[in-house]
Design a protein around this ligand. Structure first.
Ligand code: MG
Length: 166
């Protein structure tokens, strides 16, 4: 298992469970090291709730867009670090939205992670080729979700620090 820096914060359930079991516990300090501004693009109400719950377990919140058009509207108003992108959405789907974001923002765009029920063979490759950064299949376990978010949070924050100290 990857070793992550553990920041003790007893407010978070995910910590205390693991501490008690004496497992390799880690958690995220959203106020500093792993701060992330997250946008969740998901048209299904239940899936929205499930993903927001997973984020909450990591002490994150997210704004919610229900299609690609809303994603673009959010990006115009605010700076986001990471988008959790459903693929199948009405009006503008996740792939169209990703292509539009790439066109508009180029390298300055947020990290985009597919969170989709599309689990056909080659799905991940297809989405990465289309410009998404990573891929998770729904339903996702907390462990996979957490590892994925932390992986990208570290990259985002590394980039941010480099930018600040330049
Ligand atoms: Mg959908």
């Amino acid at each position: 298992m990857t070793a992550f820096k553990f920041i003790e914060n007893k407010n978070f359930e995910c910590h205390t469970e693991k501490i008690q079991q004496n497992q390799s516990a880690f958690c995220i300090n959203t106020t500093s090291e792993y701060e992330l501004k997250i946008l969740l693009a998901e048209d299904d109400l239940i899936n929205q709730k499930v993903t927001l719950k997973l984020l909450e377990k990591m002490a994150y919140t997210a704004d919610v867009a229900i299609n690609g058009i809303q994603v673009l509207e959010y990006l115009e108003k605010d700076l986001y670090d990471l988008i959790l992108m459903d693929i199948r959405m009405p009006e503008m789907d996740g792939l169209e939205a990703t292509m539009a974001i790439n066109d508009i923002y180029g390298k300055k765009r947020p990290v985009i992670i597919a969170l989709t029920a599309d689990v056909f063979e080659g799905a991940k490759e297809k989405y990465l080729k289309a410009g998404l950064d990573d891929y998770m299949a729904k339903p996702v376990t907390f462990e996979i979700f957490q590892n994925m978010i932390i992986k990208w949070a570290k990259k985002v924050n590394h980039k941010r620090k480099k930018f600040i100290f330049k």
